[in-house]
Design a protein around this ligand. Structure first.
Ligand code: ATP
Ligand code: MG
Length: 381
């Protein structure tokens, strides 16, 4: 008898012929998650199991963050032939519980001498005999004692909900524009949740933005990397471009033009990495550069889809997710972002393309972009 983790997956159930591929990817991701606690991971009969880890609670915490995992249970694994022993263990798992319960048996091993309803009745009876104050409620029990009969018997009571989604790497690759704010880490997390592996681009305007501002972004990337299975961060020097925009372009247009340069550079990095799209944390109307008029101007410079998973979210809804995924605290640290360095007093909310193009024509765009790309630093987290 030993304690293991029983991992249940979500939407992979829907995958027809591709299911073995998705399962293999999920096993790889779970293996990666428990590497540091030395867990042994295996797939058996449509479930992923983890055993022999140095710290089961830490392993559980890590596995609940793996995209593709629906829930994780700490389960007792035992020999299935000793039914009396299984009942005794079930009784032990109910220790301290008061109120209603039910036994929920699942027999994958069809040669097992008892079918599921019989196990439910026998085990329920065994428990009630010894704990007569408990009551069975089959419809809405306060506690469900699950028993799975497979190659072994597995017993558990409290599944811990995990993040859901699809295993990272099954959905292609995207490039996230990662600022130090609240929104972009959430946006990256949401797209990665659908199985997309992610690299990030951060624009840094040293000395207007400090090294601590850069560290903050790398810290955010580190938090994300736990679910994203690692992330490469490109830190692009953006000062020169910002200075030139500031000097040469119409003040009300500096933000939108800056956004267009960010998109061009991110697009070039994404192409080099064979990414299939860009991801940003924009939501309609949140700031001047996120009106539908402005977003049209931003999209005009890229040649791949821009995914904006927060497009219809209110700030509070985004904050709620940031809290849940653990980025909120770091995002709230008060370091400057390059967007806040040269903020116009009256940013254009309905920017005109002629004015944008007129401004950009005064810049040697190709050389500026090339210099920024040539001086980009790369961090593998
Ligand atoms: P966030 O909370 O993500 O910073 P925001 O509300 O501050 O968003 P903006 O500053 O207008 O919005 O930026 C919009 C999007 O542009 C961000 O969500 C992010 O994807 C990208 N972005 C902004 N600043 C940077 C930066 N310094 N480096 C990389 N991407 C950035
Ligand atoms: Mg920002």
């Amino acid at each position: 008898m030993r304690e293991i983790l029983l991992v249940r997956f979500g939407e992979i159930h829907l995958k027809g012929l591709n299911r073995p591929y998705f399962m293999r990817m999920l096993v790889e991701r779970v293996k990666n998650a428990v590497k540091e606690v030395k867990g042994h991971v295996w797939l058996n009969d449509g479930r992923v199991f983890v055993s022999d880890m140095t710290d089961i609670d830490e392993a559980l915490r890590r596995v609940t963050k793996v995209f593709g995992v629906h829930s994780v249970c700490k389960a007792v694994e035992m020999e299935k032939d000793d039914f009396e022993g299984i009942c005794a263990e079930g009784l032990r798992l109910l220790e301290g519980h008061t109120g209603t319960f039910k036994v929920n048996a699942r027999r994958s091993d069809k040669r097992y001498p008892m079918d599921s309803p019989t196990i439910n009745i026998e085990m329920g009876g065994y428990i009630l005999q010894r704990r007569p104050e408990l009551k069975v409620d089959v419809k809405k029990p306060e506690l469900t004692l699950s028993v799975e009969i497979r190659d072994k018997a597995y017993l558990y009571t409290k599944p811990v909900m995990a993040v859901g989604g699809m295993p990272v790497g099954t959905g292609g690759r995207a490039t996230l524009l990662l600022s130090g704010g609240i929104d972009s880490p959430v946006a990256g997390w949401m797209i990665a949740k659908r199985g997309v592996s992610m690299s990030a681009v951060h624009f840094h305007s040293f000395p207007y933005t400090s090294d601590r501002a850069k560290e903050k972004v790398l810290d955010l990337a580190r938090i994300l990397s736990e679910s994203l299975c690692g992330i490469r961060v490109h830190v692009v020097p953006f000062t020169e471009i910002q200075m030139q925009i500031h000097e040469k372009c119409h003040e009300d247009y500096t933000t939108i033009i800056m956004r267009r340069y960010m998109m061009r550079i991110a697009n070039a990095i994404a192409r080099k990495e064979r990414a299939l799209g860009l991801v940003t944390g924009e939501s309609i109307g949140q700031v001047a550069s996120q009106t539908m008029y402005a977003l049209t101007c931003t999209d005009e410079v890229v040649d791949m889809p821009v995914y904006r998973p927060l497009i219809g979210f209110d700030k509070q809804e985004i904050i709620d997710i940031a809290e849940k995924i653990g980025t909120m605290e770091t995002s709230s640290l008060p370091f400057e972002d390059c967007c806040t360095v040269f903020t116009p007093r009256h940013p254009a909310t309905k920017p005109k393309m002629e004015i944008i193009l007129e401004g950009e024509a005064k810049l040697d765009s190709e050389a500026l972009i090339q210099a920024a790309l040539d001086n980009t630093e790369i961090y593998e987290l």
